[in-house]
Design a protein around this ligand. Sequence first.
Ligand SMILES: [Zn+2]
Length: 88
Amino acid sequence: MTERLIKNTAQVSDVVYCDFCGGDMKPEKVTMRYFRKGGAHLFRNVEAEVCQKCGEKYYHAHTLADLDRKIKLQSERAFSSPVAAKPA
Ligand SMILES: [Zn+2]
């Protein structure tokens, strides 16, 4: 929760210009590598605001919440498979 990504999303609804370079933001569908506990997840066609000057991407909080939900579903499925028991 302390990633820069998360911090940026808190501001995204107010952001019209890039925080980093002042460039124009434009909504685009991007391929996103999302780092969470348990590894990196790759998502395609993710809604983002993209700086037209430096390429910095900003994600909406609702977009990240949606991705978190998908990751959670995935990991729940993974956890339901049997795990090797630790030797006593
Ligand atoms: Zn920028």
